[in-house]
Design a protein around this ligand. Structure first.
Ligand SMILES: [Zn+2]
Length: 154
């Protein structure tokens, strides 16, 4: 079996940030650029990547086992690494949302549903861990497929 020798070295320092975003391959380069270059995190953060991203923190009634896992991973990372800052990112045209029933949200419009979930997640996180700072973002693309990321206010 081949060994792949990498140029990367271990980032052996404390991280303070957990980022949670979707698995969608179309956005991975954008997420990476945003986190590392725009927010200057320099690859020094924990990362949860799963379909629907931070929505896993909102599905307590609809998908309780999925929500349980999301909260389990969140609590584990925050406690194990003494994290202080959460970055939650949703994105345009997220396939995960297409399978969700509309009754879960007050709007049928995708972005509104996703922003509603981001705010729900932040409210739940503030309730459980008021000491954490929580930032909400939304990634979208234009006609030339360039990605932009908006800050979502409360
Ligand atoms: Zn997605």
């Amino acid at each position: 079996m081949p060994t792949f020798q990498l140029s990367s070295t271990l980032h052996d320092m404390d991280a303070e940030v957990l980022a949670i975003h979707c698995s969608d391959h179309r956005f991975q380069a954008g997420f990476y650029e945003f986190l590392n270059l725009k927010l200057d995190l320099d690859e020094d953060y924990d990362l949860l990547v799963l379909p629907g991203g931070p929505q896993c923190l909102t599905l307590v009634e609809y998908l309780p086992k999925f929500s349980w896992a999301g909260w389990k991973w969140f609590r584990f990372l925050v406690d194990a690494h003494d994290l202080k800052r959460l970055i939650l990112i949703q994105h345009q045209d997220c396939s995960w949302y297409k399978d969700l029933p509309f009754h879960l949200h007050s709007s049928s419009e995708l972005r509104q549903r996703q922003e509603e979930d981001l705010r729900r997640a932040r409210a739940a996180l503030h309730k459980e861990r008021p000491e954490l700072s929580v930032e909400l973002y939304y990634a979208s693309y234009d006609a030339s497929e360039h990605i932009a990321i908006d800050t979502i206010s409360s």
